[in-house]
Design a protein around this ligand. Structure first.
Ligand code: SF4
Ligand code: SF4
Length: 369
């Protein structure tokens, strides 16, 4: 398949609009129609998205309404969904639910250091290759969340894969944990096309601190922070498409507008993005490593690392209080709130990072509760 013919924006079907517990099919149809009318055609689903409703929505939104050859559909083989090692039944159920007849892109899902041996044990690589031979899969690859060393090993062992899907964005580009740049360079070294996920880092790069916003504005006052993030990854060589999870008509319109008149970042814009990445990296976050020694000692059962890493650090980086509050509620998840700290200090005695946990929890309670 000639990847260069694929438009550079893909529609992630993992955050479709909802009405109660059901996908808002009518609004989703409108979003898909706008997307297709603007010249885009790539859609991405998986069994796990919206508890299985994403795959089922493909049929009413796309398969029942558009000629099959007019859109590109990606679906995924997720090891945790394969019952009794029966890959065939799972695959058939995906064809049936989506009504797609075949998948243009089929991916082993979220491969990393913790699970790649599970895919080996399931014979998943051979399964994907066999489906490609049968014509039920047009391009076979995997989405990847591990380190570059593992990516290199997998691409060396499996030259049959056509592409990889990577988490690429400008803030993770030099990050030691995500290794965006190293993974991208590894994929290109093996000659693979790259699908991009998390270009806006789950929305984090859409809302930036004022200082960072000013820098981007000085480079181009008419572009949003999200559009800089999308264009950063879309400007790279060998990108097949950039996936964006869209959850309403307005968001879809914004993405479409950004990528319809796509122009690679100019030198000035690239410098501005690097300066923003520097600001975000130097934000006054706390170096909690999630070792959890503190939680083992906390008599109140406070999820200290989840609060510090999930909410506190996010707020210090992006200064977006609404998102940080939502992340705080998610981090606490029904367990003890930061304000339930009794100040015993047991956590601080064992914290290898010597963090002032009590003060940080007090600040978190003030900010987020
Ligand atoms: S000081 Fe607070 S957070 Fe630390 S162990 Fe005691 S109750 Fe838990
Ligand atoms: S002990 Fe310190 S570094 Fe480890 S999880 Fe707790 S706060 Fe983070």
């Amino acid at each position: 398949m000639d990847y260069t013919s694929i438009p550079k924006l893909g529609f992630g079907l993992m955050r479709l609009p909802m009405i109660g517990d059901e996908v808002d099919i009518e609004q989703s149809k409108k979003m898909a129609d706008d997307f297709i009318a603007a010249g885009f055609n790539y859609f991405d689903t998986a069994r796990g998205y919206i508890n299985g409703l994403s795959e089922r929505a493909v049929k009413p939104i796309l398969s029942d309404r558009y000629p099959r050859e007019s859109f590109i559909l990606a679906d995924k083989y997720s090891w945790w969904c394969i019952k009794d090692g029966d890959s065939e039944s799972f695959f058939q159920s995906q064809l049936e639910r989506t009504g797609a007849g075949y998948f243009d892109f089929y991916l082993l899902h979220a491969v990393d250091e913790s699970n790649y041996e599970k895919y080996d044990a399931l014979g998943a690589w051979a399964f994907g290759a066999a489906k490609k031979k049968e014509g039920l899969v047009r391009n076979f690859g995997f989405s990847f969340h591990g380190k570059a060393d593992l990516l290199d090993k997998l691409l060396t062992e499996h030259p049959e894969v056509d592409f990889v899907q990577l988490q690429l964005n400008y803030i993770d580009w030099e990050d030691d944990g995500v290794q965006s740049r190293l993974c991208y360079e590894t994929a290109r070294k093996h000659g693979k096309g790259v699908l991009v996920m998390e270009p806006v880092k789950g929305g984090a790069l859409a809302v930036l601190p004022e200082k960072a916003r000013e820098i981007l504005k000085a480079a181009d006052e008419n572009r949003t922070p999200a559009s800089f993030a999308l264009r950063f990854v879309a400007s790279l060589d060998g990108i097949i498409t950039v996936l964006s999870g869209m959850s309403n008509v307005a968001q879809a319109a914004d993405n479409i507008a950004t990528m319809s008149d796509f122009a690679p970042l100019s030198e000035k814009e690239a410098d501005a993005v690097s300066a923003v990445a520097e600001i975000l990296k130097n934000a006054p976050t706390v170096p909690c490593t999630a070792c959890k020694y503190c939680t083992e000692n906390c008599p109140m059962g406070i999820k200290i690392p989840s609060i510090l890493r999930g909410a506190y650090n996010h707020y210090k980086s992006y200064e977006n209080i609404d998102v940080a509050k939502a992340r705080y509620n998610e981090a606490v998840g029904g367990a003890a709130a930061a304000s339930s700290c009794i100040g015993c200090g047991a956590c601080e005695e064992v914290c290898p990072q010597k963090l002032p946990i009590r003060a940080l929890l007090e600040e978190s309670a003030t900010l987020f509760e």
